[in-house]
Design a protein around this ligand. Structure first.
Ligand code: HPA
Ligand code: ZN
Length: 341
């Protein structure tokens, strides 16, 4: 057993009570099958599943695209402001139960506007739930608009235009969806404009795509964080650079397993990342599709890699250090972790 714990159960209990931030969470990926069914019925949207069990059984993916096909289909039940509210409120209640103190949430507006749902409907529902969770649970939040990289840069520019009236509620922009064949360079101009607007910059890179995509995210998009970043480990010079720059990687263990980015959790690179001095964090990505919220991700990877108490405390510290909170807020969370540990 790793240093600091007498048993795996003791480690899981420590993780459960640990204050933490979640930095990589697609709100549409927190749509549980039960809510999908309820919204399909309420909105009169047909879904190709007979039962909640049939939905869960369909969540058997061999790569990112397999998942994305089902993910875009699932979000089709989200129509009204109240739907986005209930989706977000359900996630925040789950996060609160996992002792998450701060969340930085992705949303995919193009997955909704393409279906005729107004940008402001999406924004109003999500932000109302964020405000309520702050009041009810004390959870703070940031909101990150993601561009779908399988679409064109012109479409990303149009989405940024739609976001302009909402910039008081949007903290950053990101890049998600099908990675291979859609390198960060495709979006260099729209990210430069977003940065000029004062938005934080993140991008999925090195999940399925090569280390070159991580280089491009750093050099061309000027990212503040890398989402996933697993394949960075194939490039020793890149690892040294990420460590030297204190770049945060938002790693998602159960996602990596479900999408076959790793063949086995025991082969997950998280420990290697920590040992290389990388600021790695643990996150749930799309928890309803990948089998667990943030604590389940910590437990799965900690058990498979036999992580010590020091490793787990480092991961929680990294989650706040890599957040977009200000220095005083980060210091408060850091003290709360140290008091707990
Ligand atoms: N990768 C890329 N795009 C996504 C993901 C992911 O893990 N989840 C939702 N959109
Ligand atoms: Zn993701």
């Amino acid at each position: 057993m790793a240093e600091g714990f007498a048993s795996s159960a003791e480690r899981a209990a420590f993780i459960a009570g640990l204050p933490k931030a979640e930095l990589h969470l697609h709100i549409e990926g927190s749509l549980e099958p039960e809510l999908m069914f309820a919204l399909a019925q309420r909105n009169g949207v047909a879904i190709p599943f007979a039962s909640v069990e049939a939905v869960r059984a369909a969540y058997d993916f061999s790569n990112l695209q397999d998942f994305l096909d089902i993910y875009y289909q699932g979000m089709g039940v989200l129509i009204a402001e109240q739907d986005f509210y209930e989706l977000t409120a359900a996630y925040l209640a789950r996060a609160h139960a996992d002792n998450v103190r701060h969340v930085e949430i992705f949303f995919d507006p193009q997955g909704h506007t393409a279906r005729g749902v107004a940008f402001e409907t999406v924004l109003a529902g999500i932000t109302r739930a964020l405000d309520d969770a702050k009041a009810q649970h004390g959870i703070s939040s940031k909101l990150i608009l993601c561009f779908l990289r399988h679409l064109s840069e012109a479409e990303a520019e149009a989405t940024l235009d739609e976001a302009l009236p909402w910039l008081d509620r949007i903290d950053g922009v990101g890049l998600d969806s099908s990675e291979v064949g859609h390198p960060p360079s495709k979006f260099a101009r729209v990210f430069a404009r977003a940065k000029g607007l004062g938005l934080k910059i993140v991008a999925h890179a090195g999940e399925e795509g090569p280390p070159d995509y991580v280089h491009e995210a750093l050099d061309l998009l000027k990212v503040d964080r890398i989402d996933h970043g697993n394949r960075s480990l194939e490039d020793a010079a890149l690892v040294a650079r990420l460590a030297a720059e204190g770049m945060t990687l938002t790693v998602c263990p159960l996602s990596n397993l479900k999408l076959c980015v790793v063949g086995d959790m025991a082969a997950h690179p998280l420990k290697a990342m920590l040992d290389a001095g990388l600021r790695a964090t643990v996150n749930s990505d799309d928890p309803s599709y990948f089998g667990g919220y943030v604590n389940a991700n910590y437990v799965a990877v900690a058990d498979a890699l036999d992580l010590s108490k020091a490793d787990i405390v480092t991961l929680a510290h990294n989650s706040f250090a890599g957040s977009f909170l200000d220095d005083a807020e980060k210091a408060q969370h850091r003290a709360a972790i140290d008091a707990y540990a």
